[in-house]
Design a protein around this ligand. Structure first.
Ligand SMILES: *Cc1c(COP(=O)(O)O)cnc(C)c1O
Length: 185
């Protein structure tokens, strides 16, 4: 029901007090059809779309207008940096290895490349571990050649507002994000 989808988008956006609302459309938009779901949300003003893998981003890219941003939640497999950059797809960097590869590729091309940083604050699926986050914060040169568009994390219990884990994740995220002043969260 694309009309319901559009209504849900408007409803969420109206509660967000100016924050930017993106859409996760991985796994073919959870089986609903990534292209038509993304097009519907784009008509409502959505410009940020998230998929799991580069292949998904490359095929969705062909369906979307140039004003939309495509983000790869799982980051980049070693060796796929060139295809990602050529398509203008934005990786979400989840490990120091991914950061090193993206930075090395950018420096070889002598360009600055966009990326998002994800911190694992308790989901235990994707994102920099505490050790990796602290290493990165202590050695910002690891990000040479990378322009950080925003920092993010993934709530493990977002569907349970009363879960104590929400506040634990929020405060840990706050701690990491404080080292990236001026960068959207
Ligand atoms: C898949 C994913 C989402 C969306 O999560 P669902 O549990 O599928 O709603 C959000 N953030 C990240 C980092 C993801 O990988």
């Amino acid at each position: 029901d694309l009309a319901a989808l559009a209504q849900n988008y408007r409803d969420l956006q109206s509660r967000l007090a100016g924050a930017r609302l993106g859409a996760v459309v991985k796994a073919n938009a959870y089986g609903l059809g990534a292209a038509r779901v993304a097009q519907t949300l784009r008509q409502q003003g959505c410009r940020d779309f998230f998929v799991a893998h580069l292949e998904e981003a490359l095929s969705l890219k062909q369906e979307l207008q140039k004003d939309s941003n495509l983000f790869v939640l799982n980051g980049l497999h070693p060796g796929s940096e060139e295809r990602c950059a050529a398509a203008g797809v934005i990786p979400i960097l989840n490990s120091l290895a991914q950061i090193r590869n993206w930075s090395a590729f950018a420096r070889r091309q002598d360009v600055e490349l966009p990326a998002v940083l994800q911190f694992d604050t308790g989901m235990s699926r994707l994102g920099l571990s505490a050790d990796e986050a602290n290493e990165l914060i202590g050695n910002r040169a690891l990000l040479d050649g990378i322009r950080i568009l925003f920092v993010m994390s993934h709530l493990a219990c977002a569907d349970d507002p009363d879960s104590a884990q929400n506040e634990a994740q929020r405060s840990l995220f706050e701690k990491y994000a404080a080292s990236f002043s001026g960068v959207p969260r």
